[in-house]
Design a protein around this ligand. Sequence first.
Ligand code: GAP
Length: 509
Amino acid sequence: MIKGEDSFKKIIAHCKEYGFIFPSSEIYEGLSAVYDYGQNGAELKNNIRDYWWRSMVQYHENIVGLDTAIFMHPTVWKASGHVDAFKDPLIDNKDSKKRYRADVLIEDHIARLEDKITKEVSKASRRFGSTFDEKLFRETNPRVQASRKKIDDINRRFVPAMENGQLEDLRALIEELGIVCPVSGSRNWTDVRQFNLMFSTQMGSANDDASQVYLRPETAQGIFVNYLNVQKTGRKKLPFGIAQIGKAFRNEIIARQFIFRMREFEQMEMQFFVRPGQEKEWFEYWKEKRMKWHLALGIPPERFRIHTHDKLAHYANAAIDIEYDFPFGFKEIEGVHSRTDFDLGAHQKFSGKKLQYFDPETNESYVPYVVETSIGLDRMLLAVLSHAYREEKLDDGSERVVLNITPALAPVKIAVLPLVKKDGLPEKGREVFNILKHDFNCQYEDKDAIGRRYRRQDAIGTPYCITIDHETLENDTVTIRERDSMKQDRIPAENISRVVSGRIKLRPE
Ligand code: GAP
């Protein structure tokens, strides 16, 4: 794994060069913050999707899966709060004509002050060496204290302004802090306006308000509105969960960092319905369970951290983010939220339909509470790729780029490579390939020198290369080359499937 701005650029370039991710409609110069998955990206995405589905649905007797429509009745989004509250505060610079999120401009300003503190601390740490007392330094150094005070003063106004939608206060803060447009360098700002992130379109031919529908900004609401259908038809008893994987759409204003923040993306969400009062216990359960799921992929624990929300959304009584250490720093990859009875309660109110559960143990009817796990499939894929990308110097002085992807997730599991393109080796290679393709996604390649073919397979993360050579024709054995160690063993051709299956097994938590 490599880090920093340059390394991120290398990963993006690698994704394009090796058929993982392309800009959408590239021949028309692309479409901002929209991406297409290529031949290897689509396989990797399928494998991550499958790993999540198996661990959530197949491995839990009390969780079932759904696939709901992207279009939903417009009142769904009124009830969920998205029509009124799913908004970002925007501000324009009159000179550059660039648009920014007002909260992000202020957060960036705070981040620069935090950076100053970090620099002071590391400078002092280098100066004092082992005798350095960081806590004392932070509490007493005048420069650190001054920056800290500035941050606290900003937050005292910034947090309530965001919570209460006080747009004039955000604008006043931007002015007073002297925040300039990164493009024009000027402070010539417009007023701050709210901008809803939902995409809308018209359904049917009538061009009136009644036919306006939204592209869903999250998959969760498709689960909530089907709660009763699933509970009744599946004869489900609490606690039980409903999982769904699907596309979501958000008109992100600050769309940057490649597939980290997209306008069309995919979510893997699960809503777990519980008896009121038991939600905190289940919240802890899912927090731990989801962390184990990430760690089972072989990514070291230090690449993850948990951010506990201090300020909770009005519908939540506990929330955390699982953050991953991307090349551009720790950022949210998944959220676990205790959403109380907010969503079902709101749908009950807006639809006029009872969305309750009769609990045979307590003889009561109530609206269940919900604990949600919500992970972005694209962000997960970016995490897997960022962790996997390596540039290695080999013993013979040559270099290779290898994707050290957990074998179970690798787009191609086995490459079948005849040593030379003659002497009957391609025919034997095809024969081996035609057997293995029933068990694995395989590739057959006979063009170029064997070394170049190994490099190409390393670059897409293929864990095993099977080489067919002259000895194969004599005794039906092949060499199996392992991607990371590049070690080669000779095994009978009939054992390939068993050997590879044993090595790529990934049992979800
Ligand atoms: N139902 C809850 C929900 O949607 P969220 O924190 O807004 O919560 C959940 O989104 C996850 O979806 C995030 O943790 C992230 O992985 C992913 N996600 C959100 N917005 C995204 C975007 N614009 N591009 C890619 N992934 C996104």
